[in-house]
Design a protein around this ligand. Structure first.
Ligand SMILES: C[S@@+](CC[C@H](N)C(=O)[O-])C[C@H]1O[C@@H](n2cnc3c(N)ncnc32)[C@H](O)[C@@H]1O
Length: 476
């Protein structure tokens, strides 16, 4: 037993029952099957419909053993567990079906984990039917960019596949069907472990896979699941990502110009849904099911598994929208290159980024990483120019984008909170880009900046993902 949570008062509220651990046989010998083109270990199901086949009775390779919930994962076995461990009856819980190792990620977080969910001060959404889309969520009041709409623990977090032994004579299609059936058996157990109200909410979710080989539970997962990473340290294959099924966020319909974005907050073990631009009262809330930075044709191809054709304005006026999205994709601001290239005007980068932001706003893509990049580049350009008034204004815009992937890292690494005050020159002087554009010797300034960023080992990965390796350069 690792940490204090099992000794806490919370842990004593409910008696700890046995927990199930499934032990699929992993070390099964693989007979050669010529029609199985992809390595079966990937357990990746095609994203579209799976042909429904009547399979001969096959013996399942799954073995179930009961284990004490206070124990960690059984090596090589998959674990059913309910999180938070020993939760009180009124605390939101998530049923988990994990590969080994994930339970330990949660056990090792220590006391105080998970933090309570933070909710908006007043309710911000309601659910109602949307013609042609089933149910959907709508705002009940005006919302500002970055505002929290709802927080929730997922009903379920599950592996997307279970290791299944190959069955001699099976074709690829039969094997897929068999794998889906094995997964259905496994996840149905997790669903049956849910509290009655959670199980009812889960089973009431949309399922666009009723006609194919997915079982009822797998169909719901494939319709509503959100990819979630970070619970399997070290895994690089398909098993690194689980599917999470939240109750309310699952009711959001797709838009190629979404006005919200969900983000999983590990500290509270919950999803937070935020507005990515201003939203008026009564507007439908939407998010992107697939990457919407590409063309309408590519988006609708990727959306096929969800069994609808998107009729949002970007899809109905595809040529103009496609051109803008291609321009957005093609532009990647480089503050460093602009800062040292004195042939460029002082405002060229800022103007380019303003154009990029205009394209993103026209397309309704404020949730996109490119929006964060362009906002941050303008903030950094003003820091390069030594203009704290404008830099602080743009820092505030970066600060609003709490949903952004790199938000926390950027805020802490470059101490952006201190830059909200234009008079805090001490903080500005510590920023690696401070006055780089107005320095009399920009090349030296750039090397100094890179050296500072590179640190003692001369290698540094910037928040944007670029890696710098310092070679001996001009004397510093
Ligand atoms: C995750 S559910 C969304 C909530 C769902 N509308 C409900 O009733 O619970 C996904 C399903 O909603 C429908 N849907 C989502 N976005 C849509 C859209 N933009 N147009 C039409 N149908 C949509 C499709 O049937 C899709 O398979």
């Amino acid at each position: 037993m690792k940490r204090g949570f099992l000794n806490s008062s919370k842990a004593k509220v409910r008696p700890l029952g046995p927990e199930l651990v499934s032990a699929p046989i992993l070390a099964v010998e693989k007979p050669a099957i010529s029609s199985l083109e992809e390595p079966f270990q990937s357990m990746k199901f095609p994203i579209g419909k799976v042909e429904k086949l009547d399979l001969p009775e096959s013996s399942s390779s799954l073995k179930f053993v009961e284990r004490d919930p206070r124990s960690g994962s059984m090596p090589g076995a998959m674990t059913y567990t309910t999180f938070p461990f020993g939760a009180a009856d009124n605390e939101p819980v998530t049923e988990c079906f994990f590969f080994s190792g994930s339970k330990e990620v949660l056990m090792n977080k220590g006391p105080g984990f998970p933090k309570p969910l933070v909710h908006p001060a007043t309710p911000a959404f309601t659910m109602k039917a949307v013609p042609g889309k089933g149910m959907g969520l709508f705002s009940t009041r005006a919302l500002k960019m970055g505002e929290l709409i709802l927080s929730e623990r997922p009903l379920l977090i599950t592996a997307r596949g279970v290791p299944t032994g190959l069955i001699p004579g099976y074709t690829r299609e039969m094997f897929l069907q068999h794998s889906l059936a094995e997964l259905e058996k496994c996840v149905a157990i997790a669903v049956n472990r849910m509290r009655p109200e959670n199980k009812a909410a889960f089973m009431a979710l949309a399922n666009c896979h009723t006609e194919d080989g997915s079982g009822p539970v797998v169909g719901i997962i494939r319709t509503n699941g959100l990819g979630i990473e970070g619970l399997r340290p070290g895994a690089t294959d398909e098993t690194r990502r689980y599917s999470a099924i939240p109750k309310d966020i699952s009711r959001l319909n797709h838009s190629c110009s979404p006005n919200t974005t969900p983000r999983f907050d590990l500290d509270s073990f919950g999803y937070q849904l935020r507005a990515v631009r201003s939203i008026t009262a009564g507007e439908e809330l939407t998010f992107q099911y697939v990457d919407v930075g590409c063309s309408a044709a590519e988006r609708n191809e990727a959306l096929k598994p969800y069994a609808f054709v998107c009729a949002c304005p970007a899809c109905t006026d595809a040529p103009a929208s496609d051109a803008r999205r291609a321009a957005i994709k093609a532009y990647n601001p480089s503050v460093l290159l602009w800062a040292i290239d004195r042939k460029l005007s002082d405002d060229s980068l800022i103007n380019e980024c303003l154009e990029q932001l205009a394209r993103l706003t026209t397309e309704g893509l404020e949730h996109h990483g490119a929006y964060f990049d362009a906002t941050k580049a303008i903030m950094e350009a003003y820091i390069c120019l030594g203009d704290t008034q404008n830099a602080s204004k743009w820092t505030a815009k970066v600060h609003k984008q709490v949903w952004a992937h790199r938000y926390e890292k950027e805020i802490s690494e470059f101490r952006l909170s201190e830059l909200l005050d234009p008079a805090n020159t001490a903080a500005y002087e510590k920023h690696p880009f401070w006055r780089m554009r107005v320095d009399p010797n920009p090349t030296t300034a750039m090397y100094q900046t890179l050296a500072a960023l590179a640190g003692p080992n001369n290698i540094k990965t910037l928040p944007g993902g670029q890696t710098f390796m310092m070679f001996p350069g001009p004397p510093l």
